[in-house]
Design a binder for this molecule. Structure first.
Ligand code: AOF
Ligand code: ZN
Length: 347
């Protein structure tokens, strides 16, 4: 690993502190180095708050060192006035002459212009250090800007014999497939994504709350597809406690309820692509699809998914609803006590 890569790696590490809180902004980390020593660090916490470079610069005690320092940043410094002023201008104003960048910002208002402005001001700019890792860090932000849809993560748990639910389901005594640790991990995942989706059958049969309970963080926006108002009005996802979006075809009486947003679409057999368009207009950059099989399969069938996280439990249902079928590249395998978690990437 080169020295530049080591510092960009540190930027990535810092940036990850913002996972789940920066939406719709990206995860960004920054490090300032003077004569081989880190003199400042920062990361972006939340949209509307200062950017990573601002925090890093503000953390430097002896600002006279800045003119001989190098600033490392995992994403191209911004050049526009958004909720905050341009980071490029601050870097230039502080007299920092060396800038090392992980990857280019895909956001149209910035993309390349930040780099150009730094070069025009006479900065020595290096681009593309640990580029793949920096892109992986912002896979949600990049998918949103480059493909005009949210990053789609499919998640399900299946029994040892390949079922995701038994024949007869009961809300009072849910048939658990996974163990406590796997379930807690799912709550951590919920805290990392901007939205969470289940089909109306899952709402009707399981009545899930879809909030974060075994972890801390911002609740993802709950989404369900309910084309013909089959979801009972007393369902937990309609409790108005958390922002919730229902995609439907007809107006109904709950239309003005707090935290409840209705989006309308034409009825088609598979609306996964329409849903992605709706989410794009709402600046929703990621979605965790938690079931059931039909809903997950609708994304697989349209090849509209990026990652799948599949738990294989140790129980047997012998009959019930079959798990989705997926073809993807296995990226990791993990044992969580007795459960087996496999992660796939679509490429
Ligand atoms: C950076 N450093 O830490 C972040 C950047 O509305 P604003 O002012 O917060 O600007 C948001 C945009 O700025 C966002 O879409 C992305 O292009 C860039 N984010 N840039 O130099 C940062 N978070
Ligand atoms: Zn900025």
């Amino acid at each position: 690993m080169t020295i530049d890569e080591i510092y960009i790696k540190r930027c990535i590490q810092l940036a990850k502190n913002g996972l789940g809180t920066t939406y719709p902004n990206p995860l960004v980390g920054s490090v300032i180095v003077h004569q081989g020593k880190i003199i400042g660090e920062g990361w972006h916490y939340q949209a509307g708050e200062p950017h990573a470079e601002v925090h890093a610069i503000n953390s430097v005690k002896d600002t006279s060192l800045l003119i001989d320092a190098t600033i490392y940043v995992s994403l191209e410094p911004c050049s526009h006035y958004g909720k905050t002023p341009p980071c490029c201008d601050l870097i230039i104003a502080k007299g920092i002459k060396k800038v090392v960048i992980g990857t280019i910002d895909p956001f149209a208002k910035v993309s390349g212009t930040g780099i150009q402005r730094l070069i025009n001001a006479g900065c020595d700019v290096k681009i593309g250090i640990l580029e793949k890792e920096c892109q992986e860090l912002n896979k949600r932000f990049l998918t949103y800007h480059n493909h005009k849809r949210p990053y789609v993560i499919l998640k399900w748990a299946e029994t040892a014999d390949g079922f995701i639910a038994p024949k007869k389901r009961s809300e009072r005594a849910p048939a658990w497939i996974t163990n406590t640790y796997s379930r807690q991990l799912v709550h951590k995942w919920r805290a990392e994504e901007q939205s969470i989706l289940v089909g109306n059958q899952t709402v009707i049969q399981d009545n899930p709350k879809l909030t974060i309970r075994d972890w801390s963080g911002i609740h993802p926006i709950r989404i369900s597809i309910d084309l013909h108002h089959k979801i009972p009005k007393d369902s937990k996802i309609l409790d108005q406690q958390v922002k919730t979006m229902i995609v439907t075809t007809q107006k109904n009486s709950l239309i003005n309820a707090t935290n409840l947003l209705y989006e309308f679409t034409d009825p088609t057999p598979n609306i996964a692509d329409k849903l992605c368009n709706i989410l794009h207009t709402h600046t929703i950059q990621s979605i965790l699809v938690e079931g059931g099989t039909q809903t997950i399969q609708s994304f697989i069938d349209l090849n509209l998914w990026d990652e799948a996280r599949v738990f294989k439990g140790t129980t047997y249902f012998k009959a019930g609803i079959k798990a989705p079928v997926i073809k993807g590249t296995l990226i990791s395998e993990e044992k969580i006590i007795d459960d087996h978690l496999k992660k796939y990437r679509n490429d």
